[in-house]
Design a protein around this ligand. Structure first.
Ligand code: SOE
Length: 387
């Protein structure tokens, strides 16, 4: 009989993210055996009875619901995991907080700042544990980047640049709205690449390099009208298909960010590079176990970019996995976040990024959209705390 304390999960949403989170909960018992808390896959919820039943059987959930309110009202649920489209995050999170549930919310926190602020107010009022799944922080190479920056090895930082490039919406035949393509519908998503992809880049950037003070942005919607799956009509497209912004960080460095879904050949090319006075680092999601590092203090005849294969036991998270030299994948970032959330219940520390951290990312997204609309620089209002 396990002595571990149970965290009974109620998962809402069975799409791509429902699968990544479920896999996260399922793997931590095997690979993080020392945790005092263990997730129990108590209930999963989706509107289609057949689909939710099939999901529950496949992933091992004990029960199903077709109304999210039922999950929140259940006494045998401790934590609600929100994996639904962005337009439902606020309503579900606010109700879950009022019911005293812990909340794990898929990114972005919300469609816009006003909704995000209400969510933060709700979790603060209720005093419930919370986290937002900005998963890329928890890839070992990205965590190692954080260690290197925090150790001061890079010296004063001058530049931060990041890209998140995709190509899946170039065809004008891709519809907007509904299952699978709600990210194309401004009502459901809140914004386009800014909230979906740049939000990842902004979360990582502020974690590594501190607050973003102000921004100047351009956005573009290349395909102006698309068929809406819910109405069947061709309707104007309200999302940004591409966004480029530059910014000042609080530490005086300059940032340059670009995201698009129109970069033919790129499926999920998330990259970042940081240039400091002494050293630089760069990372690429398509080669996610590697971190590249250049140190100007190396002896000049061997100075050059090192390609660090982040798979050794003394590198972040890697003592939980295989033997040095053997890599891990995208799904492990979710396993790590699930494990870190369980650990945070043991230590009483927050599991970053919390709703409050994610609200800071929301402030930058909002300023980016405002800046592009008004063709002017915008202050973000970010008050970043060292995490
Ligand atoms: C969009 O295609 C998407 O799935 C994002 O929604 C995820 O957050 C990102 O990690 C990968 O791309």
């Amino acid at each position: 009989m396990s002595q571990k304390k149970e965290v009974r999960i109620g998962l809402i949403g069975t799409g791509f993210m429902g699968r990544t989170h479920s896999n996260g909960y399922k793997r931590i018992g095997d690979f993080f055996p020392d945790l005092a808390y263990r997730p129990v896959l108590k209930a999963v919820c989706a509107r289609s009875k057949d689909k939710v039943q099939a999901f529950a059987e496949q992933w091992g959930y004990e029960s199903t619901e077709t109304d999210w309110k039922a999950v929140i009202n259940r006494k045998d649920i401790d934590a609600v995991d929100i994996c639904t489209p962005n337009d439902t995050h606020a309503e579900i999170a606010i109700a879950a907080a009022a019911a005293g549930k812990m909340i794990l919310c898929e990114k972005p926190l919300s469609r816009n700042l006003a909704e995000g602020q209400k969510m933060v107010d709700a979790i603060k009022k209720a005093g419930v544990r919370n986290t937002v799944w900005y998963n890329y922080r928890r890839l070992p190479a990205v965590s190692l980047a954080k260690q290197l920056v925090d150790s001061g090895k890079l010296g004063k930082i001058y530049h931060y640049r990041a890209n998140f490039l995709q190509d899946w919406t170039i065809s004008a035949d891709v519809p907007q709205g509904g299952t699978g393509t709600w990210r194309m519908d401004v009502e459901a998503a809140g914004s386009g690449v800014t909230g979906d992809l740049l939000a990842h880049c902004i979360d990582t950037a502020m974690w590594l390099n501190g607050g973003i003070k102000d921004v100047s942005a351009v956005t573009e919607t290349f395909v102006k009208q698309r068929m809406h799956q819910l109405t069947g009509k061709v309707e104007p497209v309200g999302i940004d298909d591409a966004c480029i912004f530059h910014c000042h960080f609080d530490n005086g460095s300059l940032g340059l960010f670009e995201s698009t879904r129109y970069a033919r050949g790129h499926k999920a090319l998330y990259t970042f590079e940081i240039n400091g006075a002494n050293a630089s680092i760069r990372w690429d999601l398509h080669d996610l176990n590697r971190l590249e590092y250049f140190d100007h203090r190396d002896e000049s005849i061997v100075r050059g970019w090192r390609s660090i294969h982040v798979t050794d036991g003394d590198q972040p998270y890697m003592n939980k996995w295989w033997v040095p030299g053997l890599g891990i994948g995208y799904e492990h970032s979710f396993i790590h976040q699930a494990a870190d959330f369980m650990k945070s219940l043991e230590t009483g520390e927050p599991c970053h990024p919390t709703f409050e951290d994610a609200l800071e990312t929301q402030k930058v997204c909002e300023a980016v959209i405002d800046s592009a609309r008004s063709r002017s620089w915008k202050d973000t209002g970010v008050a970043w705390q060292e995490k």
